[in-house]
Ligand binder design. Structure first.
Ligand code: HEM
Length: 675
């Protein structure tokens, strides 16, 4: 693929800068993926009956096919936008003579506008399809404006398109790497709401289906986008192609694992058993699994031989394989879009005469809570289990890398880190998490464990310190994981957040705001609300404990005495919050708890008072531990200071004392002179 063949007027100064050798970013790879996906779509749609005429309310062929084609272009432009921004912010080296980042960001602006446009058009088609109203219907626009937001599938597409429009606008003017990094993050986040639509919305195990599809979409978008970005920017990379490809290969490995695991899990939720692979839906799944295997093999071949050959300057084989991969990714994407609109063997029809608890939480009501329930109740929430597994896996990999280098790492830190994640998984998947969906008191147990106990175990693990010691620095001023961590912990925002007063306020004010506002009921009723609630509990608790006793490098630490003052102020508020709730006379989130009608839970207010006692009770133990840890840190810092001064005195013959005595002498002399 020479620059002349695929160029489209986007230039970046080539390695041999000077006008003669200017290299062009090429758009040919975008065309390759789009053509492969659009080519595969009609075939896959025919197999999955994805555009078949419905029995009732046919919106017409234009809509039935339009929604599919718009989605394919939507998914391809989403991948291109995320991929180009990730390359600009994190993967591509830049020299004083190249403008690769700007080129990639401006190209990302174009694909982001394409994404926003296909998102908007797709939303209109999706509404016409869902409502069974042809576009030509006189009432269509009025229906669209009145009812669209009320439909979750349409609402999530509108939210995603809104975020993408912001990315498209900013990518036109962004020049700093930090801006490109933020745009890449927002663009990736814009993909996630889509997981709330489609089959996942109606699936029996709703939370798992939505989480799996969210991970799947994020993995696919990063993977396809990263490879697209590499192919598009290849002509501008010259000798840096090998380094960029090497870095993308690491990211591609993670994406492969995420896409495979989440794809298989999503697939299992929608097919009942192996025999269902013989269905239309199953056949499309098999096509996707085959493409994943092919892509895995290509990835293995890249690592096995092509990346090394690339480093020695031979790019032909690499370019050919990348093009082949993009074709396979296009085929998988076209198949996926048809799959998302094909009827799965396990119909996503709602459970018959579901209980109030099921209607409200999406989960069957647990049996009455007994002491045995603490050990026997379990609902695996794969998102959090996966998070804990990755956090522990990366931590252990970091420690092993230090060990291999002959550097020690305290064992107690490893044990506390692992224990912290085990307690977290128990809190969200065990009795606190399961009963916390229907019982206020158990919800508070989960809250206190996740926000106070888990951070108390995780923070002493000092993961930032480990990462900065284990991850090598990038040699070419690009932002790898180590550089991103340093950027974050030294950023103005982090310095503000790490101010103990701010961290404490965030920790305890969010308690009051969350429970005494509609946020609480939103978190109880919606999957997104539940996930965001747990993320907030964990992060605000972690930040609070970190500013008090964190061993990681970061903004300047406050003197221990001030930290103790902040700690006691926070805990008195915590106790006050518990007392107020224990004394409360009105039920919080009444529309939820009083609608549950649990046969074994009739005293909702009583249970709320118990939640107050839990907030107060469970809050105290970690406070004591924190106080001890701050006091120990105080003693240690004092001891270290004394040792430092002693060593200084040994080195300079105690110049400080001498100076002090001299000062006293001076004062005495002056006093005597004044007589
Ligand atoms: C083992 C391999 C894979 C399996 C089992 C799998 C399974 C699934 C399932 C079940 C869905 C949800 C469809 C629905 O809503 O019913 C999905 C969506 C999707 N998959 Fe995969 N997948 C696999 C690999 C891939 C690969 C390799 C790609 C692309 C490179 C991909 C791209 C997508 C996309 C783009 C969607 C979202 C479609 C849309 O709604 O627009 N998948 N996948």
């Amino acid at each position: 693929m020479t620059s002349s063949a695929g160029t489209a007027g986007v230039t970046a100064a080539g390695p041999q800068s000077g006008s003669a050798a200017t290299a062009h970013a090429t758009r040919a790879p975008l065309v390759v993926v789009a053509v492969a996906a659009l080519g595969m779509l009609p075939l896959a749609a025919a197999v999955g009956l994805a555009a078949a005429k419905p029995d009732l309310g046919d919106p017409g062929a234009v809509v039935r096919w339009g929604v599919l084609y718009a989605r394919v272009l939507h998914d391809v432009s989403a991948a291109a936008t995320v991929g180009l921004l990730v390359h600009a912010a994190f993967l591509m080296p830049e020299t004083t003579r190249t403008h690769r980042r700007l080129t990639a960001t401006r190209l990302a602006a174009v694909s982001a506008w394409m994404w926003a446009l296909t998102g908007a058009v797709g939303t209109v088609f999706a509404f016409a399809d869902l409502s069974g109203t042809p576009l030509s219907d006189a009432t269509f626009v009025q229906q669209l404006t009145s009812f669209a937001w009320g439909l979750e599938t349409i609402r999530v597409e509108l939210i995603s398109t809104g975020l993408v429009t912001v990315v498209a606008l900013c990518a036109l003017v962004a020049t700093s790497r930090a801006a490109m990094a933020w745009l890449a993050t927002v663009a990736l986040v814009a993909v996630l709401p889509l997981a709330l639509g489609g089959h996942a919305a109606g699936a029996a195990d709703h939370a798992t289906a939505v989480n799996a599809l969210a991970v799947h979409l994020a993995g696919v978008t990063l993977w396809v986008g990263g490879l697209l970005g590499l192919a598009v920017m290849r002509p501008t990379l010259g000798r840096d192609l090998a380094a960029t490809a090497q870095r993308f290969s690491v990211l591609a490995g993670w994406c492969f694992a995420a896409v495979a695991l989440s794809g298989v899990q999503s697939g299992f939720i929608r097919v009942g058993g192996w025999s269902d692979l013989a269905t239309r839906y199953g056949a499309l799944l098999v096509v996707k699994a085959a493409s994943l295997v092919l892509l895995g093999a290509a990835g293995w071949w890249h690592r096995r031989s092509l990346l090394a050959r690339l480093a020695s300057g031979s790019t032909a084989a690499f370019t050919r394989l990348v093009l082949a991969e993009l074709v396979v990714m296009g085929i998988a994407t076209g198949t996926a879009v048809a799959l998302a609109r094909s009827a799965p063997p396990v119909p996503d029809t709602p459970v018959q005469d579901a209980s109030a608890a099921y209607e409200l939480t999406g989960y069957p009501a647990p049996r009455a809570l007994t002491s045995a329930s603490w050990f026997s109740t379990w609902t695996t929430d794969w998102l959090w289990v996966a998070l804990a597994a990755v956090a522990v896996g990366l931590y252990v990999a970091g420690v092993l890398r230090l060990r291999r280098r002959g550097d020690a790492w305290p064992v107690h830190r490893i044990l506390l880190w692992v224990l912290g994640w085990l307690v977290f998984v128990y809190a969200v998947c065990g009795a606190p998490g399961v009963y916390g969906r229907v019982l206020f008191s158990m919800h508070m147990v989960m809250h206190m464990v996740v926000a106070m106990l888990v951070p108390l175990l995780l923070v002493p693990g000092a993961p930032i310190l480990l990462a900065l010691r284990a991850i090598p620095a990038r040699p070419d001023q690009t932002w790898g994981p180590r550089e991103v961590i340093l950027q974050v912990v030294h950023s103005h925002v982090f310095r503000w957040l790490a101010n103990p007063v701010v961290a404490a306020a965030l920790f305890f004010l969010s308690l009051a705001v969350f429970y005494y506002s509609p946020l609480f009921e939103l978190a109880l009723r919606t999957h997104t609300g539940h996930v965001l609630m747990l993320v907030h509990f964990l992060l605000s608790g972690y930040l609070f404990v970190w500013v008090l006793v964190g061993a990681d490098p970061g903004p300047r630490k406050w003197p221990p005495l001030m930290l103790l003052v902040v700690l006691f102020a926070t805990m008195s508020f915590h106790a006050f919050f518990g007392v107020v709730m224990t004394g409360s006379t009105t039920v919080l989130a009444p529309g939820f708890f009083e609608a549950l009608h649990l046969p074994w839970m009739t005293d909702v207010l009583g249970d709320q008072k118990q939640a107050g006692a839990v907030a107060w009770g469970i809050g105290e133990a970690p406070t004591l531990a924190l106080t001890l840890m701050v006091a120990i840190a105080w003693v240690r810092s004092d001891r270290a200071e004394t040792t430092r001064r002693d060593r200084q005195a040994d080195r300079d013959g105690d110049a400080e004392l001498a100076a002090y005595n001299a000062h006293l002498q001076e004062l005495k002399k002056r006093a005597e002179e004044r007589g």
